[in-house]
Design a protein around this ligand. Structure first.
Ligand code: MEV
Length: 354
């Protein structure tokens, strides 16, 4: 039944990035205006599989004859299967010098061989309006779009999706995220699967209704989520007593903000205080960046709201929660400086949605 078109949103983490990797709670929300689309159509040769991922300039095709060495195994949706990983490796030789292409192709092939190893003659075209590597969950939205399409081709899900099928999509997207990032918390794929605003902890997730006006600033400073998560792990291991407390304090911020959001989401100034504390804690584990701090200074100078990094940090994106009585002229001046003087991208959006 081709073509198949799937899509999933990006996300913004309000509170709890990095701490989530250690099982602390986090709050994240879908950004439905920024998303990934995946089209599965017939390839121009029935014996090939094509991957066309224009946004990262990755176009490749594999001959299905080369797949004969891939063992038929049933990988678990919990752990990556090392036999499957090893057998995929020779198909990735042309991507060795480009880590982004390598991660994307590995994720694609791992999910492909896990779910539809015997299908041929398919073309997978990925397009994203999300800036890639910005901390807005582009990889998770790709993994959700991909797992949805593959599960549909494998006849394991059908429209309308029920609860169990959504969970299956999320589980396989999480496996995809593991291929991309090594040790993800699962926040990004969960938000990309379920939409809305979500409070997550290591066991479960709960949808919470929020509607907040924010600005997202993309610094275009490149960084790797995998590297930043591993740097924090290093600090956690070498200064355990201190860093574990910093991460659990971030968890407390998340819980307090949840109470605030449920009690009175219009109390922007109290939420703003929590944003400031969270940012300082993230700075202390070295995942901020001078440019992020520049954006915070400008936010304070124009008194328009509260800014913190969002996602893995180290560049990437910031979110600014706008004050209620903010003067529009000040917001425009702030945006102008970021765009003109720093060449950053600024998106105005509301959190939540699908
Ligand atoms: C990345 O969007 C968020 C991190 O907490 C990593 C993760 O949760 O997997 C930095």
């Amino acid at each position: 039944p081709l073509p198949i078109l799937t899509s999933a949103p990006g996300k913004v983490i309000l509170f709890g990035e990095h701490a989530a990797v250690y099982g602390e709670p986090a709050i994240a929300a879908a950004v439905s205006s920024l998303r990934t689309y995946l089209l599965v159509s017939n390839a121009n040769d029935p014996n090939i599989i094509q991957l066309d991922f224009l946004d990262i300039k990755l176009t490749h095709q594999w001959e299905c004859n080369d797949f004969s060495t891939i063992p038929t195994i049933q990988p678990s949706t919990k752990e990556l299967d090392s036999t499957l990983l090893k057998s995929i490796d020779p198909l990735l030789s042309s991507f060795k010098s480009n880590p982004l292409h390598h991660q994307a192709a590995l994720t694609f092939l791992y999910l492909f061989f896990s779910l539809i190893p015997n299908l041929k003659g398919l073309k997978f075209s990925v397009r994203s309006t999300l800036p890639v590597g910005a901390g807005l969950g582009s990889s998770a939205s790709i993994c959700v779009s991909l797992s949805t399409a593959l599960l549909h081709l494998a006849k394991l899900i059908s429209i309308p999706l029920n609860k169990a099928q959504l969970k299956l999509i999320n589980d396989w997207a999480f496996i995809g995220e593991k291929c991309m990032h090594g040790n993800p918390s699962g926040i990004d794929n969960t938000v990309a699967t379920y939409g809305n605003s979500i409070l997550l902890n290591s066991q479960s997730h709960e949808i919470i209704d929020i509607d907040l006006p924010i600005l997202l600033t993309y610094t275009k400073i490149p960084r790797s989520t995998k590297q930043l998560v591993s740097n924090v792990r290093h600090m956690y291991n070498s200064h355990h007593a201190i860093v574990s407390k910093i991460l659990s304090s971030i968890g407390h911020i998340t819980l307090e903000s949840k109470d605030l959001l449920l009690a009175d989401a219009s109390d922007i100034d109290s939420l703003g205080e929590l944003i400031n504390i969270n940012q300082h804690l993230l700075q202390s584990i070295n995942v901020s960046h001078p440019m992020i701090e520049k954006i915070i200074k400008l936010t304070n100078q124009f008194q328009i709201g509260y800014t913190k990094l969002t996602g893995a940090g180290g560049g990437g994106c910031t979110l600014t929660l706008l004050k209620k009585d903010v003067d529009r002229k000040d917001v425009d001046r702030f945006i102008n400086i970021l765009k003109k003087d720093y060449n950053f991208d600024v998106f105005e959006t509301n959190l939540g949605g699908f």
